[in-house]
Write a new protein. Structure first.
Length: 454
């Protein structure tokens, strides 16, 4: 059946992302790579920070204290009182900020920034940690040194660069994984072709001389498809051979049956034997027809312009000998329907099987089956046959067109034949580039067959 377009998803993006990740190996591999990179970065940073924390403070503290002593001496010019001019020259030369507090000088180099660097947080809570960046002059002034935060903000774009690099690495990883797993798409498409019975086009194998694991999987699947194709060909050949060989003895048996005397004592057995032989001949014909239609490219199809309305009326008249109720079948077709190019013999078989199935499952008191012929947009035609019987359980609808599938286990003709009728209808529809759909019509069963334009 023609699938309807999928509606746009209304799920939130997070739910769609989780669903995409859950159903995509590519996305999961990229996420694994990213998580691994983040984990390794975190381990490296934490490890380095831990290593520096253990020995850095104790090693660098005397060096920093000596440097701060030199800075304080430069700000005071060697005297007891800090000089603002010298402090300004120092902050212009170095990325530092200076805060001077005392009886005669009150000055701050960067009044717009946050408070001076809190050495207690950085160097510990002991007395040395509190005074490492603080100096007191002989005349009672306090000089506190800190880092100019603005200089770091101007010069440091490491975070943005890191994010950009991470995004670039993510994109490159995604493209590489997508290229790496591209054979999976070919393998999936090949599996679908094999499942549909098309074994003529093998899966393309990358690096044919030295294939990787996915290439080896493609080679194994190609070998499997060849084995399946050979088994199916052998099965078809055996079935066709048996069917052909059975036709001759069946013909002789039917001829011998016709030669039996038509006496009252022999007539019932003669008629029963004739019906059984006819049923066996029909079964063999259906088997041969199914194998022809299931062959490659439906080579047995012979299209010609056909008036489907006239063809349907002929089939209804033909069925009246077996089903007297066929005279009440309602045929609906547009008068302006143009002839369509189809295989008339196969379409006749299709309509006959559909009507035969509908008549067999229509109770005597129910409405007669209906047959509708409708043109469709692509230049093809739609054939719908509906009965008004009991219908089919919903869980059995998808299996109705399988070969030899029957709802009951009885093998009587009145109970439903051998299960090839709807299967043949599906093959005829597919041979014409169409499809066959079955659904309950409440009451009864509706079978819709679409035949595409040649």
């Amino acid at each position: 059946m023609i699938a309807a377009p999928m509606p746009a998803s209304k799920d939130p993006w997070a739910k769609r992302f989780v669903h995409a990740v859950a159903h995509s190996i590519k996305l999961r591999l990229v996420l694994v790579f990213l998580l691994l990179a983040v984990a390794m970065t975190g381990v490296f940073i934490l490890g380095a920070q831990r290593a520096f924390t253990l020995g850095w403070k104790e090693t660098a503290r005397p060096v920093v204290m000596d440097y701060v002593d030199r800075l304080a001496k430069e700000v005071t010019g060697g005297g007891p009182t800090p000089q603002v001019a010298l402090a300004k020259a120092l902050t212009n030369r170095l990325p530092l900020k200076v805060h001077i507090q005392g009886p005669s000088v009150q000055w701050e180099s960067h009044p717009g920034q946050s408070a001076i660097y809190r050495q207690r947080d950085y160097w510990g809570g002991d007395q040395n940690g509190q005074t490492i960046l603080r100096r007191t002059t002989a005349d009672g002034h306090t000089i506190v040194f800190g880092i100019d935060e603005a200089s770091f903000q101007r010069k440091s774009n490491n975070f943005g660069m890191a994010i950009g690099a991470l995004l670039l690495v993510t994109l490159l990883a995604w493209l590489y994984v997508r290229r790496l797993l591209r054979p999976l798409d070919a393998i999936g498409a090949g599996a679908k072709r094999f499942g549909a019975g098309n074994f003529s086009e093998p899966i393309d194998v990358n690096q044919k001389r030295r294939p990787d694991e996915l290439g080896q999987l493609a080679v194994v699947m190609n070998t499997m498809s060849q084995d399946i194709a050979q088994m199916l060909d052998a099965k078809r050949a055996l079935l066709l051979a048996i069917s052909h060989e059975l036709r001759s003895p069946l013909t002789r048996a039917r001829l011998n049956t016709e030669l039996l005397p038509e006496t009252p004592e022999v007539a019932p057995q003669r008629d029963a034997l004739t019906r059984d032989l006819q049923e066996m001949a029909s079964l063999i014909s259906d088997l041969l027809e199914s194998e022809r239609l299931a062959g490659k490219q439906h080579a047995a199809l012979h299209r010609e312009p056909t008036d489907l309305s006239a063809l349907a009326q002929d089939v209804i008249a033909e069925l009246q000998s077996r089903h007297p109720a066929a005279v009440h079948v309602q045929l609906t077709a547009k008068a302006e329907m143009a002839p369509i190019s189809v295989d008339a013999t196969r379409v006749r078989l299709l309509i006959r099987n559909l009507l035969d199935n509908a008549l067999r499952h229509s109770p005597e008191a129910a409405q007669a089956p209906t047959l509708q012929l409708r043109p469709i947009e692509n230049g093809g035609v739609e054939i719908e046959v509906r009965d008004f019987g009991a219908g089919v359980p919903e869980d059995q609808l998808l299996r109705m067109a399988e070969p030899f599938f029957r709802l009951d286990t009885a093998r009587t003709r009145s109970a439903g034949g051998v299960g090839l009728g709807l299967y043949l209808c599906k093959l005829v529809a597919q041979a014409h580039g169409g499809d066959c759909s079955i659904c309950n019509a409440h009451p009864g069963l509706s079978v819709v067959v679409k035949l595409a334009r040649a």
